[in-house]
Design a protein around this ligand. Sequence first.
Ligand code: URA
Ligand code: SF4
Length: 197
Amino acid sequence: MTTELETIRQKVIKCTKCDLCQTRKNSVPGKGNFQSDVIFVGEAPGRNEDQQGEPFVGIAGKRLTLALENAGISRDSIYITNVVKCRPPNNRVPSVLERNTCSEYLQKEIFIIKPKIICILGNTAFNSILGGSEITKYRGKIVRKDEQIYFLTVHPAATIYNQELVNILKSDISKLFKTIRELKDNKQVKIDIEYTS
Ligand code: URA
Ligand code: SF4
């Protein structure tokens, strides 16, 4: 890991900038390959993540791992993080204040890693990063904003209760890595949504 990412990691571990620090067991910094072409961004840690201090290690994480493996991608080769780094009590959706207070860490992770694509997992990340909503309507789409490319898909946890979404997540993740290969080959990639800011 670069020293810069290690510095952020240490800051997240000790962070007390918002109230979530009072109820967490462990902060959950991002984890993975700092040279990854893609950063996956979820919502916030759940119970297993809070206990272990690592992102996506519970049931949702298993779903994500399966979708990655289906596309021939190992977890170790990518970087995974969350909008908010500490678990909200009872897994409630993190508040706008919590998200805004925590956002400097995600911004720094993105700045250091400079991924070709940011893969947004579910509505909270979609809303926090792009101001969007209704991820099921926009999933599978490629977005560009301020020169950064994003890919939208459903949250892996949503596939637990909705069998249809299992295949949707799989096909989206396959499309994501096909797109990454095209970007690396300097091929034209079709942008579905262009955000102007
Ligand atoms: N759900 C998330 O959004 N992130 C995790 O790390 C685990 C579950
Ligand atoms: Fe700090 Fe983010 Fe945890 Fe709040 S959620 S205490 S801002 S690391």
